[in-house]
Ligand binder design. Structure first.
Ligand SMILES: Nc1ncnc2c1ncn2[C@@H]1O[C@H](COP(=O)(O)OP(=O)(O)O)[C@@H](O)[C@H]1O
Ligand SMILES: [Mg+2]
Length: 483
């Protein structure tokens, strides 16, 4: 027993093994006890549990296996084997069929019913002649059987084969589990990458849109500024010439009056004067010239507005009058505010406070005003299907622009309010997101408010909020530091 493992010795020492009453059938046919497996193999193969009520069988089997350097534990009944299995991991069970208490078959049934022990291979110990037992054992899930009387080498060979098989299948299971885990990890990573890719693709799309939008604005800006500049010279010339024409016309009228006084006209001249209605011409000419100079003034103002609106921003902030920016934006949007066949004019109410100049990028702020005002007009245009002309006349569509100085905080506030349809929460919460639009393809890009938010909050360190009530309207609030 000196080569028996510690576990086997401990277990055996706790049993009463009566060597003298060993059953007749238990025969050790080979007395050579040289180890058939190496120590390293033994360590890996694990513990063999021998379950038998016959002490002599236990002794022979455990000595045979221990001599062959297997780790061995023993149990003298099915119950105690099941008990042992609760706390000791076992790699193989040698199970006697005929035992008092629960027999080998019942023990095996219970082993297979418990998920913790179901995978432990079971080898039945039966009498050589007992073919029925063997078949029943296999039916219950046994992997093999050992016949009494024992053939020592056969026992070792069978035990070793099944321990190895068990070890291999465990390794395979572990590898399988690892493979499954790797597979899962791979799937997770693919999913993460796909999500990241979709996100960056969306980001790229909206960045592209923004680049296109900025490029458009810049091109349009320089085009408009160029036209405004080109128009300036002829307008300047016209304004000067009309002034001269006014002076000349005054001089001529005076001259004619003096002439008429001192040289009463002959009948032919009198007749021609009546034909031409000289009286009317003399009265109307100054008015005509005045309205001509009024028209050139307007063209001049439009051109100035265009240049103010489309002014290219420099590297650093400049002091600017926001009212000029708002007015130039309104001037550019004037044609959209006018009445059309679907709705009356959109009224604009200006409630300007006394604002100091603000240090800012005026061109970018004009873009913000343009986006907010254009959205309000878009919304009014969309509403034409929902309200009747009579309703619109009773409650005209209106945009109110209020500016004020928040002196205590050295800030200014611009509130652009409409009395339109307002926004429900699910829309309001998304309007500053890139690419969010409720407009049909081609009409909306969903970038206007995202870009505006960026301009106000990031570039100008201000606040850009919206207050809105469904059915009553929306107010966009732009708050900017003065310096
Ligand atoms: N004054 C407003 N009243 C109601 N809804 C508005 C108003 N301004 C903006 N919105 C909503 O915000 C959305 C996003 O606006 P915006 O970023 O300018 O993109 P777009 O105008 O291209 O749709 C609009 O599609 C609209 O649903
Ligand atoms: Mg818009």
């Amino acid at each position: 027993m000196n080569s028996l493992s510690a576990t086997a010795q401990n277990t055996i020492s706790s049993l009463v093994v009566d060597h003298d009453t060993a059953a007749e059938s238990t025969v050790l046919t080979s007395s050579t006890a040289e180890p058939l497996t190496g120590p390293s193999e033994k360590d890996q193969l694990g513990l063999v549990l021998i379950v038998d009520d016959t002490p002599n069988n236990l002794k022979v089997l455990s000595e045979t296996l221990a001599d062959a350097e297997f780790e061995v534990a023993i149990a003298t009944s099915g119950e105690s084997a099941l008990e042992q299995l609760n706390h000791t991991p076992v790699s193989l069970i040698l199970l006697d069929v005929m035992m008092p208490g629960i027999d080998g078959f019942e023990t095996c049934r219970r082993l297979k019913a418990n998920p913790d022990t179901a995978d432990i291979p079971v080898i039945f110990i039966t009498a050589l002649s007992d073919a029925t037992n063997k078949v029943e054992g296999f039916d219950l899930g046994a992997v093999d059987y050992i016949s009494k009387p024992f053939e020592r080498r056969e026992v070792i060979a069978r035990v070793r084969t099944h321990l190895k098989l068990n070890q291999l299948s465990r390794a395979l299971e572990a590898q399988n589990a690892q493979l499954q885990q790797l597979n899962q990890q791979l799937e997770d990573r693919v999913e993460q990458r796909t999500t990241a890719l979709a996100e960056s693709s969306a980001q790229l799309k909206s960045t592209q849109l923004q680049v296109v939008q900025n490029e458009k604005m810049a091109t349009l800006g320089s085009l408009v500024a160029g036209i405004a500049h080109e128009v300036n010279n002829p307008i300047g010339y016209l304004r000067g010439s009309i002034q001269n024409a006014k002076d000349y016309a005054n001089d001529l009228c005076e001259y004619l009056a003096v002439y008429q006084q001192h040289q009463p006209p002959v009948p032919a001249v009198q007749e021609s004067a009546e034909d031409l209605d000289v009286e009317f011409i003399l009265e109307d000419l100054p008015k005509l010239l005045n309205s001509m100079s009024g028209a050139t003034d307007r063209i001049k103002r439009i051109s100035t507005s265009l240049r103010t609106f489309s002014r290219a921003d420099t590297e650093c902030k400049v002091s600017a009058n926001l009212h000029e920016g708002l007015d130039s934006t309104l001037m550019i949007l004037k044609y959209r505010l006018k009445a059309n066949e679907h709705r009356p004019v959109i009224e604009v109410v200006k409630d300007y406070g006394d604002l100091p100049e603000v240090s800012c990028f005026p061109g970018q702020l004009n873009q913000v005003f343009m986006n907010v005002l254009a959205n309000a007009i878009d919304m009014f245009d969309e509403m034409v299907d929902q309200v009747s002309i009579d309703e619109l006349k009773a409650r005209p569509q209106q945009i109110t622009i209020q500016t004020r100085l928040l002196a205590e905080h050295r800030k200014i506030e611009v509130r652009i309010a409409d009395n339109g349809k307002g926004m429900p929460e699910e829309i309001r919460s998304k309007i500053f997101e890139r690419s969010f639009t409720t407009k049909e393809v081609g009409k909306g890009t969903g970038l206007g408010l995202a870009i505006s938010h960026n301009i106000v909050v990031e570039t100008h360190e201000g606040r850009f909020d919206v207050e809105t009530v469904v059915g009553q309207g929306s107010t966009f609030v732009i708050c900017l530091p003065i310096v």
